[in-house]
Design a protein around this ligand. Structure first.
Ligand code: ZN
Length: 54
């Protein structure tokens, strides 16, 4: 992406996470990820990453 619009990026990526194992995307809050309460609905893994990072 050429243009960086922080507000738009925050809205698009802030609460999206991807399962490291199966790539399933889900929307939840970062605090819940950090507390380890969230598991992937598909493969039951709790290895999640933010969608932004590569
Ligand atoms: Zn998964």
């Amino acid at each position: 992406m050429a243009t960086k619009i922080p507000v738009a990026q925050a809205r698009l990526f802030a609460n999206r996470f991807v399962c490291k194992k199966c790539g399933h995307k889900m929307r939840t809050q970062a605090t819940r990820i950090l507390s380890g309460k969230i598991r992937c609905r598909k493969c039951n893994s709790n290895a999640l990453r933010s969608i932004r990072r590569k």
